[in-house]
Design a protein around this ligand. Structure first.
Ligand code: ZN
Length: 158
């Protein structure tokens, strides 16, 4: 025989239960019909933070901080899952030949698993952006040079 009183819902009306024991588990029933399993930070009414109607703003703030409900996996910093290489081992990227070499380097490092696919994708995107910027810059230089020559030619014809 236990000396502890049973939860009030089981002993409703029992004269042995003077003071209801503090709830040990959230009373809320989830959408799937199961009772909420959380046992921490229960209110006096027996609701966890997520199910307490009086603490909705608090719960929203916690959710916004990435503190997810129930057994959903918490948002973890992803830095640990990135496979990168030390800065000293990165190939240079200053001209078009470098861009070609860097593409080949990313291909190899991704293939042998040194860098992860996400990092690989970002590096390829960066190389592409660099290549496009370089092409545009060189094109503008050529246009400017042609304009200068055209002007000189027109001046000489007068
Ligand atoms: Zn709950």
């Amino acid at each position: 025989m236990s000396h502890q009183p049973d939860p009030p819902r089981l002993r409703a009306g029992s004269p042995l239960v003077d003071v209801p024991p503090a709830p040990s588990r959230c009373r809320a029933v989830k959408t799937d019909g199961a009772q909420c399993e959380l046992t921490t930070a229960l209110s006096a009414e027996g609701f966890c933070l997520w199910h307490d109607p009086l603490r909705t703003p608090e719960a929203q703030a916690a959710r916004a901080r990435g503190n997810l409900q129930g057994n959903a996996s918490p948002t973890r910093g992803k830095a640990g899952s990135y496979r990168t290489v030390p800065d000293a081992e990165m190939p240079p990227l200053e001209d078009m030949d470098h861009a070609v070499a860097a593409s080949a380097w990313v291909f190899r490092m991704t293939g042998n698993g040194t860098i992860d696919p996400v990092t690989s994708r970002e590096l390829n995107r960066s190389i592409g952006t660099f290549k496009d910027a370089l092409s545009k810059r060189d094109l503008l230089r050529r246009i400017r040079e042609l304009e200068r020559q055209l002007k000189a030619y027109a001046t000489a014809r007068r």
